[in-house]
Design a binder for this molecule. Sequence first.
Ligand code: AMP
Length: 280
Amino acid sequence: MQIEKTVSGVRSQVKKWKKEGLSVGLVPTMGYLHEGHQSLIDRAVEENDRVVVSIFVNPIQFGPTEDLATYPRDLEADCILCKRAGAALVFAPEVSEMYAEDFSTFVDTSQVTEELCGKSRPTHFRGVCTVVSKLFHIASPDRAYFGQKDAQQLAVIRRMVRDLNIDIEIVGCPIIREADGLAKSSRNTYLSPEERKAALVLSKAIFTGKAMVETGEKDGEKVLGAMRNIIEAEPLARIDYVEMVHWDTIQPHHRIDGPILTAIAVYIGNTRLIDNFLYE
Ligand code: AMP
């Protein structure tokens, strides 16, 4: 497996593969890889001749008071995981390789970024769309893989690809969880043992809401109320949002009569965690 730090290094390798008629899958990540990321790489390896994993903690998707400086990093362990999973290339650039000092072009998506995480992290998706479109131009993949864990991100990327006629297939992959239900996340490492226990309210709320919807509840307010009650019973938890949106528009929709995304963001201590379920 090749490890590349430069844009030109990735481009020349991908060009060689394309000349040989090989298909390329891209898995964009911020590193500190776990089984959630690995499930994306596994799927990409199954569906493509060559797989590129990008590992880049993208500064422009973090707000000024967020955890950019403390975000966990371990490139060595990440490369071992990528190699074992069958990736052909890891792209791990420095910030200066991705952003010139006078960098001034951004990709901004509206509507689908207004609610949920877009509300509490107003510049987040502009950062995500900008870096993902850069990665698309650098790696020229046939397919790119994103987790349903970040459901709004998946919807935003799909909208960007549709709106800008980007010729890349976007593949959404299911949420991978710990044995006790907590969705796997690089940010789970921030949790103290006490907070780790408290964090189970997220998956408990998600599983409860999902069961209500799957057994025929059509009133979104009732579902959201039951989910809020579970979270509010945990003293270490503070709700950022508990919301139900239409899966196509990502606008609030409290009647279960179409594809619905129910998504939550909850602070456990200082750590902000997200989870969701999709009902189609
Ligand atoms: P991140 O490194 O957090 O930016 O995540 C990189 C990609 O991995 C994103 O597409 C995430 O949605 C996906 N991902 C992260 N955690 C999980 C998980 N627990 N299950 C499935 N996909 C995940």
